[in-house]
Design a protein around this ligand. Sequence first.
Ligand code: SF4
Length: 398
Amino acid sequence: MKKIELLSPAGNLEKLKTAIIYGADAVYIGGKKFSLRARASNFDLEDIKEACEFAEKHNSKVYVTMNIIPHNEDFEGLEEYLQYLESVGVKAIITSSPHIIDVALRLTPKMEVHLSTQLSIINSASCNYYADLGVKRIVLGRETTLKDIEEIKRNTNISLEVFVHGGMCSSYSGRCMLSNHFVNRDANRGGCAHSCRWDYFLYDDEKLLHSEDRFFNFGAKDLMGLRAIPKLIDLGVDSLKIEGRMKSNYYIATIVRTYRRLIDDYYAGNKLDYMYYLSELIKAENRLTSTGFLFGDVTVNEQLYQHDGIPTKEFVGIVLDYNENTKVAKIEQRNFFKIGDKLEFFGPNLENTHIIVEEIRDEENNLLDAARHPKQHIFMKLDFPVSEYDMIRLVIDK
Ligand code: SF4
């Protein structure tokens, strides 16, 4: 049976490598041009080439988003850009622009065209329309339920990609002018300031509709589709997509690793341990989550309105190297931790392992009472082997 694809976001090369090492079958990135999340796009042309080489070496794939809603001037250099992407081994572009679709299909036939969720495709007739044009995959609108997806799958042969984790938009993917209005940042050209998540006072005429000490916001809870994965696999969906090119390296590692395990467990016929998967995911989440539209239309429970976020365990370091003879790990510090703190090490091949910090040394072999400086290289003795890309979180016992 063809295995479903796990598709991860990546905002830069480090995140791309992390996503692939932690189990992503494919990664989507944005270049400096034609892409939403312009602020998250750290891939220049050389980086895209390196990303493709790294992905190829690890049996993964790179897709490039070209999903702005373009004005005339945005098309400058389009043909050269597409040809470059194809030449370095990009497997697909993700776009919503009819012109970009047209040029890509004519000019770069080795690269697939995937239809961006910006077009909010939520029915099979639209899927078939784009399939007839030559589009290979539809990224379905996040407003589709499992029932909708089943129906769509029955009536189309086109490859389907479904969002299973990450931020939601309170409008149909970016069809919203809030950010343009408040801060002159265009959500459809990659600048969304998430104005729906800001704090507001909500009035009906003169009457405040909530208590004064708790503001109102109309953002949606983030999506967490854990329990929908078996059904999506059974339906024959082709790709499970994680949202979040702005998210951290640590977030990517945690989320990709957990969905990788769930997917692999399901194909292996293992018992699915949802409590474990959930406990892993919430270590990286700092926002409330829901199942979005997957199990039916959304209710008040899928919105934030007056809820607060949830605290997260803190990402404190990443392993750069481990010396098996001395049992010393070289670690890059990412957040403060100190002697006596409880840390959890985890990795693609490392089960969660706890230690109490007893000794930290710097590069000059000086003893430290804490790891204070971001990106500082420190050394710790560990009685279990770790590998490059393994990560460390601070455990906050409650
Ligand atoms: S402000 Fe909120 S609703 Fe508007 S485009 Fe951004 S995420 Fe969507």
